[in-house]
Write a protein that binds this ligand. Structure first.
Ligand SMILES: Cc1cc2nc3c(=O)[nH]c(=O)nc-3n(C[C@H](O)[C@H](O)[C@H](O)COP(=O)(O)O)c2cc1C
Length: 151
């Protein structure tokens, strides 16, 4: 399986999430490339695309929403999964509902035929949240199960 991870970041936590996602796929024998959004190589031949953004001021980064918009035709026939990195989880249940309504919606609305559950990872401002790495592995395993269920 060939996987392409595309992300943007301001303070590099989303980059670390992208690397954890890569590690989790590699453990399962996948071949993985990672690109910062402005460096994507325009290769649409991967089996799965993972696109991720941090949330700043209530929104995913414009670079990522613009990217999904720009290639919406290409992605409409591809396997695409989305993740966001944010901190509104600290507001508990209310935060979770808010994240799904306000943050995820913006990205999900740009992808047709989204068949994977989007991931919401808890980011940080200074200290790396290592706890979240296992959530990444869980999510990646669920994606692999779903993909393998398809064939
Ligand atoms: C200036 C600023 C604004 C932020 N705004 C939000 C926000 O509106 N909602 C939220 O859930 N998290 C917010 N966060 C938390 C970030 O999403 C979190 O720190 C994330 O890990 C940053 O990703 P990055 O390191 O890849 O840039 C904000 C963080 C900063 C520093």
């Amino acid at each position: 399986m060939r996987v392409c991870i595309i992300y943007d970041t301001k303070r590099r936590s989303t980059e670390l999430f992208a690397k954890w996602i890569k590690e989790a796929f590699q453990e399962n024998g996948a071949v993985v490339d990672i690109f910062k959004v402005n460096e994507f190589n325009n290769d649409f031949s991967y089996d799965l695309f993972i696109v991720g953004s941090p949330i700043y001021y209530e929104k995913p980064l414009k670079s990522i929403t613009d990217f999904l918009q720009k290639y919406s035709d290409k992605f409409s026939t591809k396997n695409v999964a989305l993740f966001i990195v944010c901190m509104a989880q600290i507001f508990g249940k209310a935060g979770k509902v808010y994240i799904e309504k306000q943050y995820l919606k913006v990205l999900e609305s740009k992808v047709e035929n989204l068949m994977f559950k989007s991931a919401v990872f808890k980011g940080w401002i200074r200290k790396v949240n290592l706890e979240e790495k296992k959530e990444v592995f869980k999510w990646v395993n669920s994606l692999i199960e779903k993909l393998e269920g398809e064939v």
